[in-house]
Write a protein that binds this ligand. Structure first.
Ligand SMILES: [Zn+2]
Length: 276
């Protein structure tokens, strides 16, 4: 599943390459998939996109919003798999859930391995879509400040018991983060994934906040994670500190062995000494 750094990288690459291209045909894929959400029939999609131009591409959390001009916005969201640009004369992938053929014969495909949305809205209506409409601030938004973050934690802990991992990965409380990048955020903040939010000190909240911003920034600068692929099918340059490859290896800070456990519907990787 792409997280905020990969999505931002896609938008950057697409903005550099696709703006101004004319769509010759838009197909909604050749591989029926019950977990891909479409809001148009293939015929409608093809009809609306024909001869439209690609405009600016922007991001909201794990959502890519592409202007299809005039008048429409193509939304690709919660995607995990591939979004690829293909030079003219390239082979079409065997399976895909979106194929935009441009009039210069280059094309774009998107294929998901799990689920995701490929939807086309009249401009402005995309903001009414579930998950986009009620989206909270992402770490890239200007309003995502220490005081916003502190209030967010306070609000959550009033209603329920929540852990640090829960804050970072559940209910899109911080949109764009996922189970992958969250591991490094918690390690760098020296907080255990199960640490109860209620008991965080002011200094710990500040460390967590800084770690979110810095980890996201670093991962974006490196073009996303090294086990995800960009628009040109190249892996990102961000090597995770805490993932399946670090289990049993010494912590870079203290030398303790990195441990793995299952928690909140996924694996956690942590240093039993550094992360409290
Ligand atoms: Zn350690």
């Amino acid at each position: 599943m792409f997280e905020i750094p990969e999505i931002v990288n896609f938008a950057r690459q697409m903005n550099g390459l696709l703006i101004g291209k004319t769509i010759k045909t838009g197909h909604l894929g050749n591989s029926p998939h019950k977990f891909v959400w479409y809001n148009r029939t293939p015929q409608e999609f093809e009809q609306i996109t024909r001869n439209k131009k690609v405009g600016e591409i922007r991001t909201m959390g794990r959502w890519l919003l592409t202007n299809v001009e005039p008048g429409y916005v193509l939304v690709i969201g919660e995607w995990g798999g591939h979004i690829l640009f293909h030079q003219p004369e390239s082979m079409l992938p065997t399976k895909y859930h979106l194929h935009l053929q441009f009039d210069d014969n280059s094309f774009l495909t998107a294929t998901t391995q799990m689920w995701g949305a490929v939807e086309l809205y009249e401009q402005g209506r995309e903001l009414e879509r579930q998950y986009i409409q009620e989206m909270k601030l992402t770490p890239l938004d200007e309003g995502f400040t220490l005081s916003y973050f502190t209030d967010l934690i306070e609000t959550i802990t009033k209603d329920k018991k929540q852990s640090v991992k829960g804050l970072l990965t559940q209910d899109q409380t911080i949109p764009g983060l996922g189970n992958s990048i969250a591991q490094d955020i918690m390690y760098l903040a020296r907080l255990h994934p199960k640490h109860d939010l209620q008991t965080l000190t002011e200094a710990e909240i500040q460390a967590l906040f800084q770690s979110i911003l810095e980890t996201v920034k670093t991962c974006i600068q490196k073009g996303g994670r090294n086990d995800e692929f960009d628009l040109f099918n190249q892996p990102g340059g961000y090597m995770r500190l805490m993932d399946k490859n670090s289990v049993g290896k010494p912590c870079l800070q203290c030398g303790s062995q990195i441990e793995k456990a299952q928690y909140l519907g996924g694996a956690i990787y942590f240093c039993p000494t550094c992360q409290k």
